[in-house]
Design a protein around this ligand. Sequence first.
Ligand code: URP
Ligand code: ZN
Ligand code: ZN
Length: 456
Amino acid sequence: MSGFLLRGGTIINSDGRVEADMLLREGRVVKIGKNLSSQPDDEIIDCKGKWLLPGAIDPHTHMGIPIKNGWSADDFASGSRSALHGGVTTILDFTVQEAGQSLTDSVNHRLELAKPSVVDYGLHCNITRFSPEMLEEIPQLIERGITSFKVFTAYEEAGMRLRYDEIRQVAEVVAKFGGLLMVHAEEGEVIGRAMSSMANLDSPDPRLHGASRPVEAEVQAIHRMAEIADQTECLVYVVHLSSGAGFEASKGHRNVLLETCPQYLLLDESVYGREDGRMYVASPPLRKHEDNDALWLAIASGAVHALGTDHCPFNLADKPLNRPFTDIPNGMGGVETLLPVMLAQFIERKLPVERLVELLSTHPAKIFGMYPRKGVLQQGADGDVLVVDPEVLSEVSLDKLESSIDWSAYTGFKAIFPEQVFQKGQLVLDQYSLQQVVPGEFIKSAGMTFSPVDEG
Ligand code: URP
Ligand code: ZN
Ligand code: ZN
């Protein structure tokens, strides 16, 4: 069967780089080495001067979910096409558990919705409506390849918040069966108090969104969750860490893993004063410039374990002007710009690209049970490969994105988009544009192979 011989590129994994050829066949990396020979029907691609990276894994997307009065504007079909254009070849999305719905039903439903995806996908199971019977579903779901369970310490108004005693029960079962607990860490009580002291809840001013969800909410929730992690020996993965103080609260807890997102590294609360300030409304809110700096330091030191986007995009009309800030649907997009913008940032900040590969591929693959099939370029791995020309720096602009959503927080940011993308050994993107798509596949989590002590 014909394949691709990628000749003479620099292959960058999280543990180093090597100049070599790579042969892709039957969906896999079949060989890496010097002067590999090809067969007559192999296509040979000259990769001299190019970087070959493992496909990025976005561990945090929300395709087509209901939020406040709206729906996030990407479904699995559109969101995954835009992911591919930015070099994301695998996403991990979340179930939506309706009131009265079992975890199993919520998983089955989400798996159906995910079928049109053109990137591979895994699933995290949200637990937003607790009942003790649900605990019995956890081992069965782990058996089915869903090993990560997410709880919320906020969103009381949406009926999604769990109490800490409920979370502890979930943690005990998840730990017993070798799963992972994820948490949206904003303490609902702190948010409630902040809101009740505000006189202007009817105001459309998006700056009030930040005021209503202070850093203290993140700090308190991380403290409580770290305590649960310590007591139950359950690994707790904090999604979308937004603040330096939140990072400090996580220190010293070896069972706590951290994810942050480009928006908490690159944007600060000043954007809420812009004309389009409402579009940046997300939870947790954007913080201060000092928080960006603290999170970059945490990234550079290896204390952050993964980068995700919390991809939950909206069109301008989805967040209408002049409605109370409390009605603005929460969330921003970012799956298409994740790797391109972060790669440009890493180069500008002189951070090793190996660290970026660790955050965008190797760690998510290990944490969510996809390694070594994903997250590394080595013999036997899936042929999810990005060919990047590090010299081709561009600027994010809406007209060049695959996404048809009419707003991006990253417009104007420097970016290095992949020149070619291989999805399971097939060339799906060439010369920066999508050529074809192949069906995405549900990737069962085979269980975590990540050791926070060795790798944290
Ligand atoms: O504002 C956000 N982050 N929306 C998506 C849902 C969540 O909390 O992750
Ligand atoms: Zn969240
Ligand atoms: Zn989220």
